[in-house]
Design a protein around this ligand. Structure first.
Ligand SMILES: NC(=O)c1ccc[n+]([C@@H]2O[C@H](COP(=O)([O-])OP(=O)(O)OC[C@H]3O[C@@H](n4cnc5c(N)ncnc54)[C@H](O)[C@@H]3O)[C@@H](O)[C@H]2O)c1
Length: 275
């Protein structure tokens, strides 16, 4: 299938998995829009993609926590390209810790960026997605919602919420926009660094202590130790996203966790049926 000339918009597209997806789309002749709170990095990376692949690109400094910036970006993209074929809501920030120690301000930051940020992005771009012949909308969640670990409580709660948002949109936009949920596992990205950079002053603290990482790994023996580069993960995900597949898994380590949960849920549902 040819995607040449289609317009893809990626939030958090200046680094890691988002940038890997941007590159995969550029290789397919798509026009690429990189939105990121790090505007200088977004401009540099979008320019490099344009030069390497001979495609039109656009970048903008956008914090998905700021509604005006998201709406402004949607308008500017529409003025430039008229429509959006693929929107990837990819931003996610991380903060480790025991659930009982998270403050309200930390919860509010994580929820505002990861969950409301995704909803804001969809709200702003949906009118332009609807102009495309075959619109697709994708959300980056995390393998940790399929195979959770301790010390990731706030992050996992936000990623479950994004999954719920995506499932609802799939129903509300049925027949109009294809909706994908992406579940990446561990990647060698700048995630901890960029989450630190994104922290507002009032919630500033170390993103994770060594003990958090130890507890996280110890709590989930199935957690992957075979990290992929973000480029490898993007390469594995891109065709399923462009095809509008409902679920996109990047790493091969989740079959056991998915099956165990599905079996347990089936047993619970059957127990309710049989009384
Ligand atoms: N790295 C992993 O192991 C891993 C695993 C599973 C899921 N994920 C998810 O993948 C997605 C991409 O993360 P990554 O690992 O590529 O990290 P990354 O740090 O390489 O890229 C994230 C980008 O998002 C940008 N960003 C952060 N806050 C923003 C905001 N408020 N508004 C706009 N842009 C913002 C950052 O500047 C950065 O460029 C995230 O949703 C993350 O939760 C990552």
């Amino acid at each position: 299938m040819s995607y040449e000339g289609e317009v893809v918009v990626i939030t958090g597209g200046a680094s890691g998995f988002g940038l890997g997806l941007a590159d995969e789309c550029a290789q397919r002749g798509m026009r690429v829009v990189v939105l990121d709170r790090d505007g200088a990095r977004a401009e540099r990376e979008a320019g490099a993609l344009g030069a390497a692949h001979g495609i039109a690109t656009f970048s903008m400094a956008v914090d998905v926590a700021v509604d005006d910036q998201v709406r402004q970006a949607a308008q500017e993209v529409a003025e430039r390209f008229e429509r959006v074929d693929v929107l990837v809501s990819n931003v996610g920030v991380q903060l480790f810790g025991e659930v009982e120690r998270f403050t309200d301000a930390e919860w509010q930051w994580m929820l505002d960026v990861n969950v409301v940020g995704a909803a804001r992005t969809v709200r702003a771009f949906l009118p332009y997605l609807r102009r495309a012949d075959r619109p697709r909308l994708a959300f980056t969640t995390s393998s940790s919602v399929l195979s959770p670990a301790s010390r990731l409580g706030a992050y996992q709660a936000t990623k479950f919420a994004v999954w719920g948002l995506a499932e609802t949109l799939r129903l509300e936009l049925a027949g109009e926009v294809a909706v994908s949920v992406i579940f990446p596992s561990g990647m060698t990205s700048r995630h901890l660094e960029s989450s630190t950079e994104a922290q507002p002053e009032h919630v500033r603290r170390v993103i994770g202590q060594p003990e958090d990482f130890e507890q996280m790994m110890a709590s989930n023996p199935d957690m992957t130790t075979a990290l992929l580069t973000p480029e490898e993960a993007a390469q594995r995900a891109v065709e399923a996203i462009l095809a509008g597949e409902p679920y996109v898994v990047t790493h091969g380590d989740l079959v056991g966790a998915v099956s165990t949960r599905a079996d347990a849920l089936r047993r619970a549902a059957e127990a309710a049926r049989t009384g």
